[in-house]
Design a protein around this ligand. Structure first.
Ligand SMILES: C[S@@+](CC[C@H](N)C(=O)[O-])C[C@H]1O[C@@H](n2cnc3c(N)ncnc32)[C@H](O)[C@@H]1O
Length: 319
């Protein structure tokens, strides 16, 4: 076991003059330093292989490949922007609205089943998908990059880039006209913006624990919404622990989106920096499932909120 000697100089006060005496310390190497050091990305991938292969079974190999490939973005069209020809220009580059494509595909799939059930299911699906949410993507296998969105005459940007899957929980929330909505973990605001694209939300409360991320959320909304929309009576932004919100506020909501903090799997498998699988962050990572559960359950119990969508990725907790 390796050990090293460290020297330090001290002042000897018993003598008339100040002298420097060299002291020697033997420092034992801590056992933790001898543990094998895996890069955080390797540890993350090992954890994912162990847990997701059980949870996702045959789907895991293709999801694994997708996770290790370059991220593919979708352009969430901002219906508050009057920038001309945004959709036409994206379509001219080969992009398509994946929401309407998937909707049609489901209809086709359903029509091969019993006709009454199929008709009911497809009508329900159609009615739950807001025609106002449009998210354009490049075709399968095409990882072209979107150009940065341009502003309209009032400076409002034409589209917001996000992982297209982020739109799905918003669709599942099935917001109806006049609904009050709480977005409990909202920053940096992709899903908040998608929620507002439905034009059905009467009052939105967007909250996030992190102050700096809440600032980002505010900036996002300022860049994508007309000024009059950012009125406190319509959109309320706070930076509070979501687990305590229900204890202090006696509001009720028609819909609650709980987009819990997660292990950010693609980042964890690809980038060492700020990686939650670093040994120094083991405790934080292992506490995530509890935090996620508390965020989902506690406020709901306190106020009787009507519905929650938990946007939860399975989080491998063991090292
Ligand atoms: C997955 S991200 C949310 C992404 C966001 N919904 C979007 O679409 O842009 C999870 C967020 O939860 C926040 N968070 C973590 N702990 C929280 C807590 N106790 N209460 C509220 N928010 C929390 C994090 O700061 C982070 O911004």
């Amino acid at each position: 076991m390796a050990a090293y000697v460290c020297t330090r100089f001290c002042i000897n006060k018993s003598k008339d003059s100040i002298r420097f005496i060299q002291r020697r310390f033997r420092v034992k190497t801590k056992w933790a330093a001898t543990r094998p050091k895996f890069p955080a990305t390797e540890l993350a991938l090992h954890n994912f292989d162990t847990s997701y292969s059980i949870q996702l079974r045959d789907l895991w190999p293709s999801i694994r490949v997708a996770m290790l490939c370059e991220q593919k973005y979708g352009a969430l069209i901002n219906s508050f922007s009057s920038a001309p020809n945004v959709i036409n220009e994206l379509e001219a580059q080969g992009c398509k609205d994946f929401i309407s494509i998937d909707c049609t595909r489901n209809e086709v799939h359903l029509s091969s089943q019993d006709s009454t059930t199929s008709h009911r299911a497809s009508t329900e699906l159609q009615s739950s998908i807001s025609p106002d949410i449009k998210c354009l993507v490049f075709p399968k296998g095409d990882i072209s990059r979107f150009k940065p969105a341009g502003p309209d005459s009032s400076g409002i940007l034409g589209y917001y880039l996000l992982d297209a899957a982020s739109v799905l929980p918003v669709l599942a929330l099935d917001v109806q006209a006049g609904h009050t909505v709480l977005d409990l973990c909202a920053a940096p605001g992709g899903k908040t913006l998608a929620l507002l694209q439905t034009h059905s939300v009467n009052y939105l409360w967007a909250n996030d624990l992190s102050g700096s991320r809440t600032m980002r959320l505010r900036r996002t909304l300022q860049s994508y919404l007309p000024k009059e929309f950012l009125d406190e009576n319509k959109i309320h932004i706070t930076s509070t622990d979501g687990r305590q919100l229900g204890m202090t506020e006696e509001k009720s909501f028609d819909r609650v989106l709980v987009d819990v903090p997660c292990t950010t799997d693609r980042h964890s498998a690809m980038v060492e920096e700020n990686n939650i699988f670093k040994r120094s962050r083991t405790k934080e990572r292992q506490k995530l499932p509890l935090l996620q559960t508390q965020l989902l359950l506690d406020p709901g119990h306190a106020t009787g909120w009507k519905s929650c969508v938990l946007y939860l990725f399975p989080v491998p907790a063991a090292e």
